[in-house]
Write a protein that binds this ligand. Structure first.
Ligand code: 48H
Length: 261
């Protein structure tokens, strides 16, 4: 068997050529999703499936956010109905444990949430950190994000970011609600204080995180644990139903806002 290869400079040229075409294609999109955890990947899947142009930026070089850690590194997660439907649609095997609760393998959940978002048409770009928003006033709104290579951030280099414009930005960054936090700090007149999440109360939290999922200001939305940070809601531990349902709900809210414009 003869394995085909290329001169080194040709490998380089093809990579840069195709990656840059992708970047140019994604400088202006319908929706930017920030964070490839359970809520972000779910939101990206449903929005792409609705026909929107979606790019998801993930700081790390891997998918899944907090899924992979399961509960204290035990590689299983639990979730309750009706969130099982979100995983069933992606082909994840669910084991019922009674009372409408299911247990899943975390590696399978990560892989299938990611592949179903990509198959729906969402673009996921890893190794990129969103470190600020683009805003406009009269009326006050968010119109995109500032992005930076995560490696540049980690190295602490002084490098200016570049921009991606969008009609909606979804903060799916988890416990710290990083995008909304930076907007609260740096957008004049927003007057938003983030109380941060509260201690554990799983049954309450699974309910209210979904209920409070929504718009923060025009163009900026919260899903997943970011919702708990914005509204001062309790945490729930390694039960993921609300994360999936929050991602699905924010996709519906963004769809309805974008279609009414
Ligand atoms: C690019 C970023 C940035 C940034 C962060 O933490 P996640 O899994 O987020 P959720 O909200 O979808 O799910 C939360 C869940 O995993 C969890 O932690 C639960 C249920 N906890 C309950 C409890 O009681 O503890 O994923 C967020 C993702 C991660 O992959 C980050 O790397 C990424 O967002 N991210 N990506 N730019 N500024 N900030």
């Amino acid at each position: 068997m003869r394995v085909k290869s290329l001169p080194e400079n040709e490998i380089t040229r093809i990579i840069i050529d195709h990656a840059c075409r992708d970047w140019i294609e994604n400088t202006s999109v319908d929706v930017v999703v920030v964070g490839a955890g359970p809520s972000g990947m779910t939101a990206a899947r449903y929005l792409a499936r609705k026909g929107f142009k979606v790019v998801l930026f993930e700081r790390r070089l891997s998918f899944g956010g907090g899924i992979g850690g399961g509960g204290m590194l035990f590689h299983r997660a639990v979730l309750g109905e009706p969130a099982d439907e979100v995983l069933r649609e992606a082909g994840v095997k669910l084991t019922p444990v009674g009372g409408g609760i299911y247990v899943v393998d975390v590696a399978e959940m990560i892989a299938k949430l990611a592949s179903s978002a990509i198959d729906a048409g969402a673009k996921i770009i890893m190794g990129v950190t969103v470190d600020d928003v683009i805003f406009r006033d009269n009326p006050l709104r968010v119109e995109g994000v500032c992005i930076q290579w995560s490696a540049v951030q980690i190295a602490g280099l002084h490098v200016d970011p570049i921009f991606v414009r969008s009609k909606a930005v979804i903060d799916a960054t988890g416990h710290d609600a990083e995008v909304i936090s930076v907007a609260a700090r740096k957008v004049p007149n927003l007057r938003l204080e983030l109380p941060g999440e509260r201690s554990a109360f799983s049954e309450l939290s699974e309910q209210v995180v979904v209920e409070k999922t929504g718009k923060v200001i025009d163009g900026l939305y919260a899903t997943g644990m970011a919702v708990a940070a914005v509204h001062g809601l309790p945490r729930m531990g390694p039960i993921f139903g609300s994360m999936l349902l929050s991602g699905k709900k924010i996709a519906d809210i963004v769809e309805s806002d974008l279609r009414s414009k």
